[in-house]
Design a protein around this ligand. Sequence first.
Ligand SMILES: C[S@@+](CC[C@H](N)C(=O)[O-])C[C@H]1O[C@@H](n2cnc3c(N)ncnc32)[C@H](O)[C@@H]1O
Length: 374
Amino acid sequence: MQQFNTPFQSLTLQRLPLRNRETLRAWDAADEYLLEHLGETGVSGRVMILNDSFGALTLNLATYSPVLYSDSWLAHQSAIHNAQHNGIATDSFQCLASTEPLQGTFDHVLIRFPKNLSWFEEQLLRLRPHIHENTQIVAAGMAKYIHTSTLSLLEKTLGPTRTSLARKKARLAFVTFDSSFAPAKSSFPKTLSMPGNLITINHANVFSREKLDIGTRFFLEHLLDDRHYDNIVDLGCGNGILGLTAASRHPDSTVTFVDESYMAVQSARESWQANHLSEDKGRFITNDCLTDFPANSADLVLCNPPFHQGETIGDHIARRMFKQAHHVLRPGGELRIVGNRHLNYHTRLKQLFGGYRLVASDAKFVILSSTRHS
Ligand SMILES: C[S@@+](CC[C@H](N)C(=O)[O-])C[C@H]1O[C@@H](n2cnc3c(N)ncnc32)[C@H](O)[C@@H]1O
């Protein structure tokens, strides 16, 4: 746990999910730069914070009762966890999910650039009716992630934007709101046709929102066997295409869709409805992997794991998913995954389950299956 000292607070912050021997900090130079700038200019009025990953901005500004708007359930949980550990009241800020409407007007808007530009544009379009000519809008990020396209989105949706000099490889962008033009409308949610006569509804921050991912396409060809499953889990569901396909082939099974992205779970829910699948057979849960799911409760867990958390690349979330799947499966239950060939998922499955079966492979991907024995 490391100490984050700013003009506002001195905090010890952690990243969720917690990991043994974590080496990464829960903030970066862009958070430092933004808070130093705010320390000099001051903060006033109603404050909105977009995309704060672990609460570094939100908790520093807790005395201003900010709204933390995010598509990440883990980001909200991190802010709450870190507030509790630093003696900050958890009701001193509001966690607002990307699937909820913005309310009222904001005088100060602080933005961490998200990785996904579709989601960034959508956020800015949603924000526009909730700001006024004097709203102070400052965006922050590491310079390597701020491209011309990122800045032009700010210009196209809100108004003229100028950038600061880089400091410790971070940069700030200052936006002057221009209420005189009407930006183009959002193109989300998008409806996509899928194999098996299915459709998916895709919100702006959902994985493969423009077209079916090639790994997922391969997985769909080898998704499940011709046997009975009571409970199927689509873990890291995105738009829900894995679980939808399973449900269309096994209409008697209950399918649980889980993702830490609010928009993913919402997309899966709307996709389920759009395909007229049985209302009482679909469950939709925003969560960190399968935390708090009961043991011995699933027959099949389907998973196309993520290989990053925000800007951090790695297999730590995938490993967590496999471990928790092992816990949640009944004896005889199966975890089936797709992954890039070069990722050593088979080693991890062997450690956890005592073995694995290669279901299929092509030049890029492998599909692996492991069964829980006891
Ligand atoms: C590679 S995408 C797969 C999406 C979908 N199953 C598909 O195949 O198109 C991985 C998904 O895992 C989700 N995810 C990442 N971290 C997670 C976590 N800690 N708990 C639950 N879901 C997570 C991401 O939001 C993303 O939707």
